[in-house]
Design a protein around this ligand. Structure first.
Ligand code: ASP
Length: 457
């Protein structure tokens, strides 16, 4: 059985939905599909929530009216007449969901408070609409499509906004997916959301539909995961900014995970973890160019070049803490990490000297509180508007000359941090935001363009 996942741009309008249904149909009976909200919908929902919180209920409701209209426009393409009898189920779901959404927004604006729990109820609406309505459109074109509500299967803890799946429970609940699949139905579920032990809706965090797909794949015993997006696989670097970037044929799980963590937006970083657990190959493919092979991600690859890709993440913050105690004092690092643990903020890159430590974080949330706590340990310096650049590959430690070549390409840029060695897959540096694109371009030219074309990159 295959699990396919289609992202927001793949779901952007009626034509895209027809394309998606075609791809599902061609994949074969029993296929499980996970979909995102239509493009822009999750952002619009988050905006509506914020606008409602600031007391502008009318403005928030006009956003939800827009969401209703765009979904109605898709239904028009499939059903024609708004009153067609076979459109009733779709109409009712759309009307009821928007009504429920408006009630949440009324609550938010009345209280002037937007809790993570309310935000999850609101932001998950996009997937609740897209998945259910896609099933109705599938039925309309003659497919045996079945909707399964992700809240019934993807059971999580109650950390709203970044819920953690309860894998054993999801595996139990996935029986419904397996049963429909064995009957040859096309199962369609919404990505991004699930529910906690009280049945309250939770979300996995932005971009979480990829993760949903791999969770469902693990739980339902799938043998392939296909992430369908608007680019043909994972690239050697972001092709929107870096000239000559190209699609990579194969990546190992480790390389893909490093790439996703260090900025490649094509895949949510957590997607790989369930796939690794049961060695399920993940393909990244292009909905708009379905015959392109895309990228295959698996336990090992036939890679011939050590550097496989260059990822980058802008707008990160570097925090440096200089110990106020004497040299050779122990316990400094542990106190620093306790602070991050307390605030549940993860750190990407760490470098240390005897008396100081620098680390990068990519979220600004809770930063003020973290700084307050760190100031009890030492002198804190903050450098904003930094960019993290990572060379990702295989055997980077064993291969000679990689660091020399990298630093040669970066010779004209000040480098704030350097990290290599904790894994064989990664060499990272931090530079100023404004230098990032040119620095990555230089690295990309050095490792990919001014080199003989590697056979199996
Ligand atoms: N719709 C959600 C988002 O935009 C989840 C996803 O598409 O992966 O973050």
């Amino acid at each position: 059985m295959k699990v396919l996942k289609f992202g927001g741009t793949s779901m952007r309008n009626a034509e895209a939905w027809k394309n998606v249904l075609n791809i599902i149909n061609n994949t074969g009976a029993g296929t499980v599909t996970v979909v995102s909200a239509t493009s822009g919908t999750t952002n619009a929902l988050l905006q509506a929530a914020e606008v409602a919180r600031s007391g502008k209920l009318e403005d928030a409701l006009s956003i939800t009216a827009g969401i209703k209209a765009s979904h109605n426009a898709i239904l028009d393409e499939f059903f024609g007449n708004a009153d067609a009898p076979d459109r009733k189920i779709a109409n009712d779901h759309l009307n009821d969901t928007i009504k429920k959404l408006d009630t949440y927004l009324l609550g938010v604006s009345t209280l002037g408070e937007l809790t993570p729990k309310s935000l999850d109820a609101i932001s998950s609406t996009g997937e609740q609409l897209s998945s259910f309505l896609l099933v109705e459109c599938g039925k309309k074109v003659g497919m045996n499509a079945v909707w399964v509500d992700s809240a019934e299967v993807l059971k999580t803890d109650s950390s709203f906004g970044e819920a953690k799946p309860n894998f054993p429970l999801v595996a139990e609940r996935a029986e419904i997916i397996r049963a429909h699949s064995n009957e040859g139905a096309f199962i369609i579920l919404g990505g991004f959301y699930g529910s906690d032990s009280n049945g309250v809706v939770t979300t996995l965090g932005r971009g979480g539909s990829d993760y949903s797909a791999s969770i469902f794949a693990l739980a339902s015993g799938a043998d392939v995961i296909e992430i369908w997006t608007d680019v043909s696989g994972m690239f050697t670097s972001d092709p929107r900014f870096i000239k000559h970037a190209f699609s990579i044929k194969e990546l190992s799980f480790n390389e893909a995970a490093e790439l996703a963590y260090f900025g490649a937006k094509v895949l949510h970083p957590a997607t790989i973890q369930p796939a690794v657990e049961r060695n399920i190959p993940v393909y990244v493919k292009n909905t708009f160019e379905p015959n392109h092979p895309g990228t295959r991600i698996f336990s090992d690859t036939l890679a011939e070049t050590p550097v496989r890709a260059i990822a980058f993440k802008k707008d990160i913050t570097v925090i440096t803490i200089i110990s106020s105690r004497m040299l050779l004092a122990w316990g400094f690092l542990s106190k620093v990490f306790d602070v991050f643990n307390k605030h549940q903020v993860s750190v990407d890159l760490v470098t240390t000297s005897e008396v100081s430590i620098s680390m990068t974080v990519d979220k600004k949330a809770r930063l003020d509180k973290i700084i307050d706590d760190l100031e009890n340990i030492g002198t804190v310096k903050i450098y904003e508007n930094q960019a993290l650049i990572s060379l990702v590959g295989k055997d980077l430690l064993k291969s000679k000359g990689i660091a020399a070549q990298a630093f040669n390409s970066l010779s004209k840029f000040p480098i704030r941090m350097i990290s290599q060695g904790s894994s064989d897959n990664n060499l990272s540096v931090v530079v100023e935001n404004d230098d990032a694109i040119e620095a990555v371009q230089n690295l990309h030219d050095a490792f990919f363009v001014n080199q003989p074309t590697p056979e199996n990159v």
